[in-house]
Write a protein that binds this ligand. Structure first.
Ligand code: UDP
Length: 422
């Protein structure tokens, strides 16, 4: 198949861990290269956010990344990108001229807008089907973040419109299917393909980096409040009370674009909290770490703690599991599916530092339990979450769309970018 991927803000080539870079970058990069390895021809369209980026990058046989001009060639937070989505659709359409793909797969709601627009314009006798993966949903974000949600107001109606208009929607976990149905998206065109983990990178082979204290617990992710790193800091004094006072919390994750950790408000807030609780000597903020360094870091930890308020999927627990490290995870979103309670880790209620401390204490007290859960995690990651398997599930969805000959978006509904205050 000739496949176009659209990932407006998350370039597969981008460094990971910044405020707007994370799981989606990893997902688009790994899925695209696995599909290319399976013999497909994949082109990823992403917005040019640096004037020096080449227009076209041949990444591997069958895999090309195109930097489309859409708005200023500098980093713009994703919540400010809607005005430039029409230009992104133009760029995709121009590249397709005379050579349309078999289908287009959009990642995130705004990419869906651009994909539908480009597909409608390009469609002649054979409409280009649109497949959509949301990665995160505005309805869920609003529920958890309330007024702190900085998404454009139009997301509230454009996102469900994208879901209802796309020919197929791929959810990453059962929780997401429930949310998609609540948006009025028909279950008959939803399938599940989870995120995967790079099993070649995250394996048992990496040398653990040395750690300064008896125990180390690890938090990995973008430094944004909804990842709940503050809850893990709050668990440290509780752990000390339970007899575990020589525990380091290592926090790995990037600050905002062009910000050093010193300038980053979230990093400052976390440091301040650690100081207030008297645990600043046991909290290390490492900042953004390149991907290749991650396995050695995972291997150095007794447990990985993921305490988000909500999580559409969460690749970090899979990486920990693949490395054989047990995971303490808030029982939300995709983490309810990836982490099996009592088997590959322990679930805790969201927003609950005491439950985090209890779960971590249980793991620190019992090396045999850690080893058992670690091995079960590795088995689960290897058997269910290889990118090749995810690509095969995704490919199945593509074949269903192509076989059904559906392409509702070509004929139905309003123009996606009309009526939007651009
Ligand atoms: N990551 C990284 N370096 C960092 C922080 C994070 O390579 O300093 C990677 C991490 O290993 C994972 C991804 O970024 O692969 C984060 O994905 P996840 O789905 O857990 O969270 P998201 O950022 O999408 O909310």
């Amino acid at each position: 198949m000739k496949i176009s991927m659209v990932s407006e803000h998350a370039s597969p080539l981008a460094a990971l861990g910044g405020v707007d870079a994370g799981g989606q970058n990893v997902h688009v990069a790994a899925l695209s290269s696995s599909l290319a390895k399976r013999g497909h021809n994949v082109t990823v369209y992403t917005r040019r956010d640096d004037p020096d980026l080449p227009a076209r990058v041949h990444v591997a046989p069958g895999l090309t990344v195109i930097h489309a001009d859409a708005g200023p060639a500098r980093h713009i937070p994703k919540d400010g990108l809607l005005p430039y989505i029409g230009a992104l659709a133009d760029g995709i359409g121009a590249d397709w001229a005379g050579n349309v793909p078999d289908l287009v797969h959009a990642h995130f709601w705004m990419s869906g807008l651009a994909a539908i627009q480009a597909a409608r314009r390009a469609s002649g006798a054979d409409p280009v089907p649109v497949v959509q993966t949301f990665h995160a949903l505005g309805s869920v974000k609003r529920k958890h973040q309330g007024p702190a949600d900085t998404s454009p107001a139009a997301r509230a109606w454009l996102e469900p419109w994208v879901g209802r208009t796309a020919d197929w929607v791929i959810a990453t976990c059962p929780d997401e299917v429930f949310e998609l149905k609540a948006l009025g998206i028909s279950k008959s065109k939803i399938s599940i393909a989870p995120c995967g983990v790079d099993l070649a990178l995250f394996d048992g082979a990496a040398e653990p980096e040395p750690r300064p204290r008896t125990h180390r617990i690890l938090s990995v992710g973008r430094l944004v409040p909804r990842k709940g790193v503050d809850l893990v800091i709050q668990a440290l004094p509780l752990l000390a009370r339970a007899g575990f006072d020589d525990v380091e919390l290592l926090i790995v994750g990037g600050s905002g674009d062009a910000l050093t950790l010193e300038d980053d408000p979230e990093a400052r807030r976390l440091r301040m909290l650690a100081k207030e609780l008297g645990v600043e000597d046991r909290v290390t903020l490492r900042g953004q770490v390149p991907r290749d360094a991650m396995p050695g870091i995972f291997h150095s930890a007794d447990a990985v703690v993921c305490a988000p308020w909500y999580e559409p999927f969460g690749i970090v627990p899979l990486e920990a599991m693949a490395c054989g490290v047990p995971v303490v995870a808030a029982a939300v979103g995709g983490l309810r599916e990836t982490v099996v309670h009592q088997e590959t880790g322990l679930h805790v209620p969201p927003h609950d530092p005491e439950a985090i401390a209890d779960a971590v204490a249980r793991l620190l007290a019992d090396p045999a339990l850690r080893a058992r859960m670690g091995s079960a995690g590795t088995r689960r990651a290897r058997s269910r979450y290889s990118w090749d398997r995810v690509a095969a599930d995704t490919e199945k969805a593509y074949w269903s769309v192509l076989a059904s000959g559906l392409s509702r978006h070509a004929t139905e509904g309003l123009e996606p970018l009309e009526g939007t205050a651009l």
